[in-house]
Ligand binder design. Structure first.
Ligand code: IMP
Ligand code: MG
Length: 224
């Protein structure tokens, strides 16, 4: 399929436009050790939580009563996955419908500094044969070029699950293969390198609650 860029609104997530300057960091609290390393808050933590609650309901509406295996893509997906699973659990407790869930972790690594590399490693995915005939929900923090998701989907499909759905908190508007858009999208964002809420730049910034745009000096400070 041809590569296309994501037109605004295409993903079904909350659209954050290219001209959105973000919120000033002075309006929020964040760890002092990142002073000067960030340009702006693009998505405050509270908004992430509110959107996640709704994604959980959408997933529940579609998959309620099905047994699912949640496949959390580490490391960046751990926070979103934990919060999403938490919300699905809350819905399961408080309604007649419920989703029996198992949670499994898979680790992928492809980025050096702010650049995607061709060298994608799948760690901890040796044997996923238990996925055969199961309903799988892949939970990923961010889809950029879509290369990572494409590789992961191919890998998971080989184990013949009954169904695969993908939940992605963020989708960047970059040229990407349309076939790789997640089924559930939190936000559609401009093509900036973002950090926080478990998203990292060379392993830093995972300990930041809000999703922020890294500053040029932050990139230089943590470059390897
Ligand atoms: P893709 O292969 O370009 O779609 O990139 C997906 C992977 O790259 C994600 O799983 C993230 O680990 C990482 N990534 C892409 N964009 C960002 C970003 O803006 N901040 C942090 N990590 C990112
Ligand atoms: Mg990373």
């Amino acid at each position: 399929m041809a590569d296309v860029s994501v037109p605004p609104g295409r993903t079904g997530g909350i659209v954050i436009n290219d001209d959105w300057p973000g919120y000033s960091l002075d309006l929020f609290s964040f760890p002092a050790h990142y002073s000067g390393d960030l340009d702006s808050v693009i998505i405050p933590h509270g908004l992430i939580m509110d959107r996640t609650e709704r994604l959980a309901r959408n997933i529940m509406d579609d998959l309620g009563e099905h047994d699912i295996v949640v496949l959390c893509v580490l490391k960046g997906g751990y926070q979103f996955c934990a919060d999403l699973v938490d919300r699905i659990k809350a819905l399961s407790r408080n309604s007649n419908r419920s989703i029996p869930m198992r949670v499994h972790f898979i680790r992928l690594k492809s980025y050096l500094n702010d650049q995607s590399t061709e060298d994608l490693h799948i760690v901890g995915a040796e044997d996923l044969s238990f996925l055969a005939d199961k309903n799988v929900l892949i939970v990923e923090a961010i889809v950029g070029t879509g290369k990572t998701m494409k590789t992961l989907l191919k890998h998971v499909e080989a184990f013949r699950p009954k169904m695969i759905k993908v939940a992605g908190l963020l989708v960047k508007r970059v040229p990407l293969n349309s076939a790789c858009l997640p089924d559930y999208v939190g936000f559609e964002i401009p093509n900036h390198f973002v950090v926080g809420y478990a998203l990292d730049y060379n392993e830093y910034f995972r300990d930041l609650n809000h999703i922020c745009v890294i500053s040029e000096s932050g990139k230089i400070k943590y470059k390897i």
